[in-house]
Ligand binder design. Structure first.
Ligand SMILES: Cc1cc2nc3c(=O)[nH]c(=O)nc-3n(C[C@H](O)[C@H](O)[C@H](O)COP(=O)(O)OP(=O)(O)OC[C@H]3O[C@@H](n4cnc5c(N)ncnc54)[C@H](O)[C@@H]3O)c2cc1C
Length: 447
């Protein structure tokens, strides 16, 4: 404990965003209470409040770095439970535009494990903090304010079984209830302006299934990504998990619906940009039925643009910005939000919501641009226009093709998509020179 900023902080929602916020708050508040609507299961077990837990969850190196800083030993705990680590380029097969990126050790660690194991491990470590308490099976039903409504003073909660309701007072409330966050509505009800919402209509569908398959099909690869590309709306990710299992997610955008019958998965996989997923499915055995997820749009709430906010209220994780999950950014951005919260608290005073939301906006800048830029390139996808960037779609496409032949370009690319380096590093003169030296015909003919 460094210094006490307040007596009690309340975190609404006990998933990755809420747990990491609680970890940071525990350094500055005497007590931190997490309110979670689910009964929390054991580590590694899926739960109702996180239906996305059945689907591939890639942990990007930046997210892993931040989580490891906040919770030392996290990676070792996950691997002790069967999770796998490797290099983000040497041990991940990246099929972009139907061609595999050239491999080398990029020096960035990727961690592959099921979402329930990742979240459960974060939860175990946060729960072990002496001043953090998790109140399970409680629904947050509203905020409480001071008489003048200029300060949030706590939250109203109700037992999920209907057996009682109460108000929990707090110096600070952090909303981490995910994409269904009601803070925009609650702010309006309290007489504040609601944040505007930047919405990207992607109409994404997932179908995910746990399988086993002969080892040689994945080899030393932790993950095999087969991305969509212009003209192709289908993609897939195969991820090795604890317990020798492989989680396969087939995806489609703009009305493409991967099948939900296991027997129909191979036909869909056969239409993907490479044969990797089809080859695995032909040899695989299912460990359960495929599970669906629909994602019509992702939304960024512009809290950073609000001119009037109450004291004592912050928002984190998917409640500020949900992402198109195919880019694997959400958990990492939640971790970056927690880092922004730690920075805000380091000023030693009560957090300033304006400064905090500006810091969150800075953290969101690169992942948002990358996701929205790629999605808006698809005909029919609707969303907010992005400011012009020197990283044009044409340059990025040429860079991706060059990365299939030039491992230095591939490493530069994955450092950016891993959120470790900012996108402008792709315009460093030595990278531009390598991209310009490359002729796309080389990639097509195989070098
Ligand atoms: C299909 C899918 C695939 C994804 N794949 C990836 C990936 O590959 N990589 C990646 O990094 N990210 C991925 N994400 C995003 C990632 O899951 C989230 O960014 C991450 O979980 C952080 O979210 P969060 O904690 O803010 O919210 P959530 O995970 O949505 O959790 C919200 C929590 O709040 C609780 N809650 C909600 N309402 C209330 C209430 N009223 N009272 C009490 N509790 C409440 C819920 O039970 C839940 O525990 C994916 C998301 C989806 C949907």
């Amino acid at each position: 404990m460094v210094a006490t900023t307040g007596e009690h902080a309340l975190v609404l929602g006990g998933s990755i965003g809420g747990l990491l916020a609680a970890r940071v708050l525990a350094d500055r508040y005497t007590t931190v209470t997490i309110i979670e609507k689910d009964h929390l299961p054991g580590t590694g077990v899926p739960r109702r409040g996180v239906p996305h837990g059945h689907h591939v969850h890639a942990m990007l190196p930046r997210g892993l770095q931040v989580i490891e800083d906040l919770l030392p030993g996290f990676t070792a705990r996950v691997t002790a439970a069967g999770g796998l680590t490797g290099d983000i380029l040497a041990n991940v097969r990246w099929n972009l535009n139907g061609l595999a990126l050239r491999r080398k050790v990029a020096g960035l660690t990727a961690l592959s494990a099921s979402r329930p194991l990742l979240e459960g491990t974060v939860r175990e470590q946060v729960r072990a903090l002496p001043n953090v308490k998790i109140l399970e099976a409680y629904d947050v039903t509203g905020l409480r304010t001071s008489e003048g409504r200029d300060r949030i003073t706590g939250a109203a909660v109700a037992r999920r079984d209907g057996s009682g309701a109460s108000v929990l007072a707090a110096d600070l409330v952090v909303d981490a209830t995910g994409r269904g966050s009601r803070t925009p509505r609650w702010l309006a009800e309290l007489g504040y302006e609601s944040p505007s919402a930047d919405r990207v209509g992607i109409d994404l569908a997932y179908s995910s299934c746990l399988v086993t398959a002969p080892g040689e099909l994945m080899g030393d690869d932790l993950v095999v990504v087969t991305a969509r590309y212009p003209g192709q709306l289908r993609s897939s990710v195969m991820q090795r998990l604890e317990g020798g299992r492989i989680l396969l997610t087939l995806a489609g955008v703009r009305g493409e619906r991967p099948p939900l019958a296991y027997d129909e998965l191979p036909a869909y996989a056969r239409t993907l940009a490479t044969a990797d997923t089809y080859d695995l499915l032909r040899a695989a055995k299912p460990l359960g039925a495929p599970v669906a997820f629909r994602f019509p749009a992702y939304v960024r709430y512009r809290y950073d643009q609000l001119r009037r906010l109450p004291a004592g209220l912050l928002v984190t994780g998917d409640a500020t910005c949900g992402f198109n999950p195919v880019y694997g950014q959400g958990m990492s951005v939640a971790a970056m939000n927690a880092a922004a919260l730690a920075e805000e608290l380091s000023h030693g005073a009560e957090p300033d919501p304006y400064r905090y939301f500006q810091a969150v906006a800075r953290a969101l800048e690169a992942p948002w641009r990358m996701a929205v830029g790629a999605d808006l390139a698809l005909p029919g996808v609707t969303g907010p226009a992005l400011p012009d960037s020197p990283l044009t779609p044409d340059y990025l496409r040429r860079l991706q093709l060059a990365a299939t032949e030039d491992a230095e370009v591939a490493a530069a690319l994955v450092r950016v998509t891993s959120l470790v380096e900012p996108p402008p590093t792709l315009l460093r003169p030595e990278i531009v020179a390598r991209v310009e030296r490359f002729s796309p015909i080389q990639a097509i003919l195989g070098g």
